[in-house]
Design a protein around this ligand. Structure first.
Ligand SMILES: NC(=O)C1=CN([C@@H]2O[C@H](COP(=O)(O)OP(=O)(O)OC[C@H]3O[C@@H](n4cnc5c(N)ncnc54)[C@H](OP(=O)(O)O)[C@@H]3O)[C@@H](O)[C@H]2O)C=CC1
Ligand SMILES: O=C(O)C1=N[C@H](C(=O)O)C[C@H](O)C1
Length: 246
């Protein structure tokens, strides 16, 4: 496949390596220094675009791919407040978009177990639930997209939680008091951490942790390339649940 990389930073470079290993060709690589090459005409030269840029640039890039008619795989996080608009446009205009807050197979297994665990813990009111996400210091958004997906999984299956609140624990803000029906997500930023997520159930006598720790970015990148391959000849909006068989 001919692939356009929209975003050639930490993830774009990792995806390039995996894509080449899997026999694909990179026809466009976009970062802040060559935005003049980011045109509908150039996007039409690609079979698929893989988008890992920034919360402030992702929507413009989705729009350009829709104009070009180029299927797009979106890994960028921090834009999901616009998700319904994009979903509607994708359907109305007959375009193709694959999105995931996390492309790693291990995280998607964790997403599944998280829902099963929340269903079980719904019956055990003596446990309080809280979450923690840790990422590298360059991360622009908080809480992470993955943490939001995990929180949504808990809220869907646990009657005593109705919403979530994020706390960036960078020493500037004390731990917030949250209401009993709010799930607190603590975001920590530490040098070079690719992504660690923990959902904890804590009672006065014990603690259950569901934890996923990425050792590097290979899992995210491989999942994104597999999604791009899977998207061939498909129309519509898709995510990892469509690709995985559990
Ligand atoms: N869904 C998933 O599995 C994963 C998602 N992510 C998400 O992916 C995104 C990117 O992460 P990461 O690679 O670490 O971030 P980086 O900051 O390393 O890379 C972002 C890249 O986007 C480039 N850029 C700037 N403007 C544009 C534009 N208009 N169009 C395209 N690219 C542009 C930047 O260029 P320059 O360097 O010149 O500024 C940079 O190369 C984040 O939102 C992150 O949360 C990350 C990992 C996994
Ligand atoms: O910015 C990152 O690095 C990551 N972002 C994604 C997120 O926001 O969940 C996925 C992964 O955790 C790495």
């Amino acid at each position: 496949m001919k692939i356009a990389l929209l975003g050639y930073g930490k993830m774009g470079k990792e995806i390039e390596q995996i894509a080449l290993q899997r026999g694909h060709e990179i026809v466009l690589k976009i970062n802040d220094t060559n935005l003049d090459e980011l045109t509908v005409e150039n996007l039409r030269k690609a079979d698929v675009a893989i988008e890992f840029s920034m919360p402030s640039t992702v929507l413009g890039n989705i729009d350009l791919c829709f104009q070009a008619g180029t299927p797009i795989v979106v890994g960028t996080t921090g834009w999901y407040d616009q998700f319904e608009n994009i979903k509607t446009r994708c359907a109305e205009e007959g375009k193709t978009l694959f999105h995931a807050t996390n492309f790693s197979i291990g995280v998607n297994i964790t997403f599944h177990i998280n829902k099963v665990l929340a269903k079980i813990m719904n019956g055990f009111n003596e446990y309080e639930v809280e979450m923690e996400e840790i990422h590298h210091t360059q991360k622009l958004d908080h809480p992470s997209g993955t943490a939001i997906t995990l929180a949504e999984g808990v809220i869907e299956h646990m009657e005593r939680k109705k919403g979530f609140q994020a706390w960036l624990n960078d020493g500037t803000e004390a731990k917030p008091e949250v209401s009993a029906d709010t799930l607190l997500i603590e975001a920590l930023r530490q040098e070079a951490v690719p992504g660690t997520h923990t959902v904890s159930y804590i009672s006065s006598i014990d603690r259950i942790d569901l934890r996923h720790e990425a050792f590097n970015r290979k899992g995210f990148a491989t999942g994104a390339v597999i999604a791009a391959e899977w998207l061939k000849d498909k129309k519509g909006i898709f995510t990892m649940k469509d690709l995985l068989s559990f």
